[in-house]
Structures are given as structure tokens and as C-alpha cells.
Unconditional design. Structure first.
Length: 464
């Protein structure tokens, strides 16, 4: 009898605890639900409520953001026609072979009701035909408005018979590590796929000195490129771009171009037809190099200035080698990608305020950003710069680019200090021409590079 009474008391107590837990955790649950703002401004930063930050997994509602996003993310199909040799002799002598279409797919994000779509440059590169399929399965022909290979952002447009659902740009500078995000795209041709994760890092450079990426652990696979990375409000905070994988598939993390950079690229293409990129004009050693380790630079929090470019804003502001940049405007700078990611949202003529550590003294220096005057061209890897007035007088030319750096492969050709005038039959007027023309050099043919030396003598280099 006592045993029966004991079991009865335990059952009553267990039931009371279960009922109390249900009342506490389920009837009073608070979900962060965000109402879609149909009047979201075109090409502006959304200012929807961000109170969901800091919420636990059980308190976050992904459904509103997902429903809002899937209708604004599209499937992009790129058809390229390649000539394929039919036999060895056609391959060797370059005779015309068969034309075979090749189809590539990716994603894109509608950013205006009249059909402007942002995607990755590599998704639409070399397209002979481009089509876009909406979430409702309607397909449209698309035209390329402009591209920026450097940021891997492209703007395309479709002509629809109605206003389209679209996403407002969020402020990627305000994203925080640990914040919940959704990646939306078309991996492996599986349309309207939504995956969830967190921002796992910011300002990743992926080995590049001129780019900055958001890192997330939301699953991204081939076909997701150009798709949306959104926060729980459904604001566009990034364009999914890359994964780092030995298999070609998702291995736990992926990368997105921050929305502030993508928005600026889109606005430049719309207003100017190309990207207006302002630079500070400094160089900084990578932290994992022997030089950085030997000089203790790898232990510095901030950007160590190792060199100042000629005719740059940094030179005019009298920045010095050895200065350490701690902040730019109100953004704390811990590494070079923090700095480049912020500067990439600015244009030539914009001014930024730098907080500098100079031998222990704290200084504030205003720097005007200027157009890039030098770059490393593709294929050959030469560093070239625009000619200044002194160069034009010295070489007796009004155009061309001066070679200021030569990789080890071409050190024996005595190229440094010479001015490139033409590549093939095309004149090279500035560094942008050089980037484009060197990028178009074929691996299978010969290219004649015309140069002049300090004596004004013309020289030709055959590159193959």
C-alpha cells in the first residue's frame, strides 16, 4: 500500500512539473516576426527593426525572411558557344571547328521592381545568351548592364510585365559575428533553396589585398553564386560568391560580397557606366610573411603602412611608413581587409578620417581618396602605373603605362622602366586599358607587346 501511495505522489508531482514547463516555455514564447515593408526604398539601406539580435535559436523566426527572399531570388542561366576542334589538325592550325553550346547556372537577386538584378560576374561572364527564371517559373531574356570583375559583381536587367518583388540592401557594416543569416539560391539547380547559419567572420580577404568578404556557415554550393545572404529581417547583407573546398562542394563555410560593396558597385554602374574606385595609396605587408614576423608587424593590431604610392591621397596627407592605422571614420581597423572593405564603399574625391598611431602618438589625419594609379595586370603579372606629366615628357608620349614591377619569370627581359604603348593592334592609354587587354590575351596564340624605352626607342616583345 505504501509503495502504491509513493508511486501516486511521484506521478502527481511529475504531471505538475510538466504542466508548469509547458506554461512557461511554450504558451509565453516570444517570436521575432518582421512585417514586410512594401515601401522599402530603392537602392537604399533598410532600417527595419533589428531587435532579434541576441535571440536564442528557439526565439528566431526564419519564415518571414525566407518567404520574403525566395520570391526575389532568381535562377540565372548562361549559355556560351565554344568552338571545339574536330581533329588534331584543326587544333594545331586553328581552323574553325564545331560550335557547341555550354550552359552554366547561378543565382541573382532582384533589387528593384522594374527588373534590375545583381549577381556575380563569374555567373554571367562570356555569355552569348542570358536568361532569368523567377520563383513562379516565368522566364525572361536578360541583358548585361555592367560588370566589375574585381568585386565579382554584375548588374543585369529583365523586362517584366509587372512590378517584381525585390530586396532592400541592408547595412553590412552593422552585421555582427554570431548573427543569424539565411543563404538563398539555386544550388545544383534546386530552385529556391534556403539554408540557415551565422556570420562566422568578417573582413576575410581570401588571399587578395583589395577585397573583403563576409564568412558564414550557412550551406552554399555550386549554383548559389549570385544569390542572397539576408538577415532575419530579410535585408540583403551580402551576395553569395565563393566557397573554399577541395571537393567543389560545401565543407562548412562560405563567403559573400558585403552588401555595402555590392550596392556601391551597382550605383556606380548605373550612374557612371563603370566602377569608381577610390584608394588611399598605401601598401602593407601580409602578416604571415617572414618580413612581417622578423619586424614584429604580425603582432600589431591595425594596418601597418609599409609604403606610400606616388601622387596618392596618402602622400598628400603626409602619411609615413611605420604609421599604424587604428580606425577609419568610426570603423575599427584590426587588419588590412577591414580597411579595404570600408574604402571599397567610397569613390574618388571622398574623404576619410584616419586614426593613426605614429611612434606612440595618436593622430587624426583626413585623407582624400583618389583613383588608382597602379595595378598588377593579368597573365604576365607586371606592375604598371599611369604616366604622370614628368613621365610623358621623359618618354615623349601622351599615353601608355610604365612598368614598375616585374615578376621573377620575366626578370631577364629588361622590362622595368619601359612604357607599354600597345598590345596587339590596341593602344594602351592607361592602367584600365592594360587590365582589359592583358586579361584578353589568349594562351593559345602569340601577342605582340609594343614598348618604348627611356631613349624613345620602340621595342616589341612577343608573348605566348
Amino acid at each position: 500500500m505504501k509503495r502504491l501511495t509513493h508511486l501516486l505522489m511521484v506521478s502527481i508531482l511529475g504531471g505538475a512539473i510538466t504542466l508548469g514547463a509547458y506554461k512557461l516555455f511554450f504558451e509565453n514564447s516570444k517570436f521575432a516576426v518582421v512585417t514586410e515593408d512594401q515601401g522599402a526604398p530603392y537602392f537604399t539601406t533598410s532600417n527595419l527593426d533589428t531587435s532579434v539580435r541576441g535571440a536564442g535559436m528557439e526565439e528566431v523566426d526564419f519564415t518571414v525572411a525566407a518567404e520574403k527572399t525566395v520570391n526575389a531570388v532568381v535562377h540565372v542561366k548562361n549559355v556560351t558557344v565554344n568552338e571545339v576542334p574536330n581533329n588534331f589538325w584543326e587544333y594545331f592550325y586553328g581552323s574553325q571547328g564545331s560550335q557547341r553550346p555550354q550552359v552554366g547556372t547561378g543565382s541573382g537577386v532582384i533589387i528593384s521592381p522594374d527588373g534590375y538584378i545583381v549577381t556575380n560576374n563569374h555567373v554571367i561572364a562570356k555569355a552569348d545568351a542570358l536568361s532569368v527564371t523567377l520563383n513562379n517559373n516565368k522566364s525572361y531574356k536578360a541583358e548585361i548592364i555592367g560588370t566589375d570583375p574585381n568585386s565579382d559583381i554584375a548588374l543585369i536587367k529583365i523586362e517584366a510585365d509587372r512590378n517584381l518583388p525585390y530586396l532592400a540592401f541592408g547595412d553590412s557594416d552593422n552585421t555582427r559575428i554570431g548573427e543569424w543569416v539565411l543563404a538563398v539560391g539555386n544550388p545544383f539547380n534546386l530552385t529556391s533553396t534556403v539554408t540557415a547559419g551565422i556570420i562566422s567572420a568578417k573582413a576575410r580577404d581570401l588571399g587578395r589585398t583589395d577585397q573583403s568578404f563576409l564568412q558564414t556557415d550557412a550551406a552554399v554550393n555550386p549554383g548559389n553564386s549570385g544569390g542572397a545572404l539576408v538577415n532575419t529581417n530579410g535585408d540583403l547583407i551580402g551576395i553569395n560568391t565563393a566557397i573554399t573546398s577541395q571537393t567543389g562542394s560545401y565543407v562548412g563555410y562560405s563567403f559573400a560580397v558585403p552588401s555595402n560593396i555590392a550596392k556601391k558597385v551597382v550605383e556606380d554602374i548605373m550612374e557612371y557606366g563603370n566602377v569608381q574606385k577610390g584608394i588611399l595609396g598605401i601598401s602593407s605587408p601580409r602578416l604571415n610573411t617572414p618580413y612581417a614576423v622578423e619586424n614584429g608587424i604580425d603582432e600589431i593590431e591595425g594596418v601597418y603602412i609599409d609604403g606610400i604610392e606616388e601622387d596618392s591621397g596618402a602622400e598628400e596627407a603626409e602619411l609615413k611608413s611605420g604609421d599604424v592605422i587604428k580606425m577609419v571614420d568610426d570603423i575599427r581597423v584590426r587588419r588590412f581587409a577591414d580597411l579595404t572593405g570600408y574604402v571599397a564603399t567610397k569613390r574618388p574625391g571622398d574623404k576619410v578620417l584616419l586614426a593613426i598611431d605614429r611612434n606612440g602618438d595618436e593622430l587624426e589625419v583626413e585623407v582624400e581618396l583618389k583613383e588608382r594609379q597602379s595595378l598588377v595586370v593579368p597573365q604576365m603579372g607586371l606592375k604598371v602605373k599611369n604616366l604622370n606629366e614628368e613621365d610623358k615628357k621623359k618618354y615623349k608620349t601622351k599615353y601608355g603605362v610604365k612598368i614598375t614591377g616585374v615578376p621573377e619569370t620575366y626578370r631577364g627581359y629588361d622590362l622595368e622602366g619601359k612604357v607599354i604603348m600597345a598590345i596587339g593592334d590596341e593602344e594602351v592609354r592607361d592602367i584600365q586599358d592594360a587590365r582589359t587587354l592583358f586579361g584578353a590575351i589568349s594562351r593559345y596564340g602569340k601577342t605582340v607587346i609594343t614598348m618604348i624605352n627611356e631613349k624613345g626607342e620602340r621595342e616589341r616583345l612577343i608573348f605566348q
